[in-house]
Write a new protein. Structure first.
Length: 95
């Protein structure tokens, strides 16, 4: 079984491990556009991948912080955080 890190690397192997500083409002706007594309096109996996890739540093940071405090394999923690992120995106209401 592959770890979440390996899966995310497969989604975008060129993605840096940490996010480069950039204008956060522009990044948020881009992520909102990716979310709308994903929602408007029937929540298809090919539209979800770029959004998860963009959210990757946030998901990784939060899951790493939680994983070091528990006696659970980090890959399991990362997978659970990724699942929660997808569920959050499914129910997100930007209004």
């Amino acid at each position: 079984m592959e770890s979440v890190e390996q899966i995310l690397d497969l989604l975008d192997p060129g993605m840096p491990k940490t996010a480069a500083p950039e204008d956060m409002s522009a990044k948020r706007q881009k992520e909102l556009e990716m979310w709308r594309t994903w929602k408007d096109n029937g929540m298809q996996q090919q539209h979800l991948r770029p959004l998860l890739t963009s959210l990757r540093p946030l998901i990784r940071k939060q899951s790493n912080a939680w994983a070091i405090q528990r006696d659970v394999p980090p890959a399991a923690v990362h997978a659970e955080f990724l699942n929660h992120a997808v569920k959050a995106l499914e129910t997100y209401d930007p209004s």
